[in-house]
Design a protein around this ligand. Sequence first.
Ligand code: PAF
Length: 276
Amino acid sequence: MQVLTTIQELKDFKKSLIHQDTLGLVPTMGALHKGHQSLMQKSIQQNTHTIVSIFVNPTQFGPTEDFNKYPRTLEKDCEICQKLGVSAVFAPQITEMYQKEDEITLNPPKSMGYVFEGFVRENHFNGVLQVVLKLFNLIQPHFAYFGQKDAQQLLILKRLVQDMFLPLTIIPCETIRDADGLALSSRNIYLSEEERTIALEIPKALQKMETLFKQGCNSSKELIAQAKTCISHVELDYFTITDYNLHITSTPKHNEAIALIAGKVGKTRLLDNLWF
Ligand code: PAF
């Protein structure tokens, strides 16, 4: 496995690929957990080569967010990638990815990028779009793998591909959970034992919602009210049901809606969701 840190090294790697090879990209910010590993495994199964990018992208963090504190574990991450059979890791420095002070930026659709996560985290999705477009252009993968756990990000990136006619396909991958139900996230390491127990209110609420939906309840109001009975300590930012354009829906339908939940446990923000 190659570890590439410059754009030139990446270009040389790309040159070594054969024309009919397919290339899968798994974009990450490192601190790789089993969730990332499942994306990598899917890409490895489906493509001749897989590149994992590891880059803690400064433009998607707000000024008071955890950019400096975000876990950076490159050596361990590379070991994981190598064991799984990744062809190359692309781990550039900030100056490699952002070469100018004042660059072109991208705005997400107004109706999708400034609600929910985009409301709580101002300009977060502008930063995500900017870095992901750079990665797509540099790496030119055939397929790019993103977790359903970051549902809003996934839906906005699908729009990036559609709206900009990008020649690649986004492959959504299922959320991976710990045995206790908590969705895997690099930020879970911030949780104390006590906070982790509180955090479990989130998957419990979503499980309750799913059970009720499967039993025939299709009123968002009712589903949210019932699910909220599981939440007593998590400080909710939002808990809502939308369609895939992130428009709030009163009657979720199978394969057309998601429940989005985010909240704080102590200082840690947690996201989760249910794809109906
Ligand atoms: O989901 C993430 O880890 C990041 O938002 C991404 C897609 C790698 C862009 O920095």
